[in-house]
Each structure stands twice: as C-alpha cells, then as structure tokens.
Design a protein around this ligand. Structure first.
Ligand SMILES: NC(=O)c1ccc[n+]([C@@H]2O[C@H](COP(=O)([O-])OP(=O)(O)OC[C@H]3O[C@@H](n4cnc5c(N)ncnc54)[C@H](OP(=O)(O)O)[C@@H]3O)[C@@H](O)[C@H]2O)c1
Length: 246
C-alpha cells in the first residue's frame, strides 16, 4: 500500500500501458483519475479499483481540457500528488513520406500534451509542498528506427523536457522522472510484438527474450511515485528487459 492516500492522474489511463499503470497504482492504495478521450477498458479497471477510480474526458492536446482535468481532480479529492504523462500516439512513416498532419498529431500529443499537463498540474503540486511527475518515454527516445521518426523525436524531446522540469522545479518538492519502456505486451507494444518481422529483429537484441508485461512498467511507475523513489530526480529509467540495440 505504498500509495495509500495519494491521488494519481494517469493520462491515457484507460487502456494499454496506461491501464497497467492505473491498476498498479490502485493496487498500492491510490485514488486514480484516468484521463483520455474515451473510456476504453474503464469497466475492467474498476474491477481493480472500485470506487477509487474515476474517468475524466480529456484531450491532452487541448490546454483548456487539461486545465479542467487538474481542476476537477483537485475539486473531487482536495489534492493531487502524482501526475503520470502517459497519453501517447505513434504514426509511422519515413521522413520523405510522412504527412504534416501525422507528424503534428504525434508531437502535439506526446510532447505538447506533456507540456500542457505539467504546466497545469504544477500549481496544485507546489501548493501542497511537492509531488511526483512521471513522464512515459520510450526505448525509441535513444534508438534510431527508420520509419519511426515522429515518435522517436517526440520521445527524445520528452526525455529532455523531464530533465529541464526537474531542474526548474528544484526546491519545490516536485521530482520529475521518466520511464522508458521497451516492447511491452500492452497497447502499441503488443501490436509490434505480433509483427513477426519486428519481433525477430528485436528478439536478437533483447536480453529478456520476451516482451515486458504491463505490470512491470506499472511497478516502475509506482516505485518512482512512492517514498521508495524519494531521492530519484531528473532520471530516465529504462524498463526494457535489456535492449542492446543502440
Ligand atoms: N506499449 C508499449 O510497448 C510502449 C513502449 C514504449 C512506450 N510506450 C508509451 O506508453 C504510452 C501508452 O501507450 P500504449 O502502448 O498504451 O498505447 P495505446 O494502447 O494506444 O493507449 C494510448 C492511450 O493514450 C490515450 N490518448 C491518445 N491520445 C490522447 C489525447 N490526445 N488525449 C488524451 N488521451 C489520449 C488513449 O485514449 P483515447 O484514444 O481514448 O484518448 C489511450 O488511453 C505512450 O506514451 C507510448 O508512447 C508504450
């Protein structure tokens, strides 16, 4: 029960990896707000969290929508302790072919969406004397994969954004870290692992020899959000089973 009494916002917390993160926080006693554009697997998450899980309709690309999320969370629970910036999308395409709309959707969601969430959450965290911000990055923030340019660039940028925020919020009690998953058996990763061409290329470089489980990422997020992670700041934690590809 490492998060008992804590209020955690998970953007994109309705399905895929966000669902795993929400469930891991619920199992540790947190109250969790799952924020996304659709309810996804919310009914299944409720089986874990019962009355401790709440859905808030949110589009992280829209500043007013994100501000409403943080305000509604504070109005409902009287506090906000942990922000997990997990909402993310990927549009594949080589640079010469990728459309502006596809590029922009990835940058607006993964990078600018994270910026909106952090800016909107910080006043609440600061007023409470501190809190935790955890950004979900990716193994592709540091590894070149032709055809994944928009996604990789957005994740490299959130790694740096994490470090800039950690430095700027020093002294406020707010820590800012990132978790960079490899291929996980939920969401985008599950779809990749089912693609034999992709999986064969990854498996040869993957010490674990298997995709990660959603709860293995959820546990890393809980660790950073809990008192166990109190002295960790400005860190990008790789949770990828030992992915040697560089
Ligand atoms: N799964 C993996 O193996 C893996 C590996 C590395 C990194 N990641 C990262 O993990 C995060 C979650 O990915 P996933 O694999 O779980 O993908 P997913 O199954 O497609 O889930 C994405 C989540 O983000 C939400 N979302 C997307 N656009 C949004 C927006 N504009 N506003 C609010 N919510 C939005 C989606 O809900 P709605 O569509 O209903 O809004 C959904 O809940 C992403 O940041 C991804 O880059 C995943």
């Amino acid at each position: 029960m490492r998060l008992r009494g804590k209020v955690v916002v998970v953007t994109g917390g309705t399905r895929g990896l966000g669902r795993s993160i929400a469930e891991a926080a619920l199992l540790e006693g947190a109250r969790v707000v799952c924020a996304a554009r659709s309810t996804g697997d919310l009914e299944l998450i409720r089986e874990v969290g019962h009355d401790r899980v709440h859905f808030h309709h949110t589009d992280v690309r829209d500043r007013a929508s994100v501000e409403a999320l943080m305000r509604a969370t504070h109005d409902r629970y009287g506090r906000l302790d942990v922000l997990v910036c997990n909402a993310g999308v990927s549009n594949d395409g080589m640079v010469r072919d990728l459309g502006v709309a596809e590029w922009s959707e990835v940058i607006d969601t993964n990078l600018t969406g994270t910026f909106h969430c952090v800016q909107a959450a910080v006043p609440y965290l600061e007023a409470q004397g501190g809190g935790r911000i955890i950004v979900i990055s990716s193994a592709l923030s540091t590894r070149v994969s032709p055809g994944a340019g928009a996604y990789s660039v957005s994740k490299a940028a959130v790694d740096m954004f994490t470090k800039v925020c950690a430095a700027e919020f020093a002294g406020t009690g707010i820590t800012v870290n990132a978790v960079a998953p490899g291929i996980i058996d939920q969401g985008l990763g599950a779809r990749l692992a089912e693609n034999d061409l992709v999986w064969d290329a990854v498996e040869a470089r993957l010490l674990a020899g298997r995709p990660g489980r959603g709860e293995e990422v959820g546990n890393a997020v809980v660790f950073l959000a809990s008192d166990d992670g109190s002295y960790i700041n400005s860190h990008v934690m790789e949770v990828n089973g030992g992915l040697l590809w560089s």
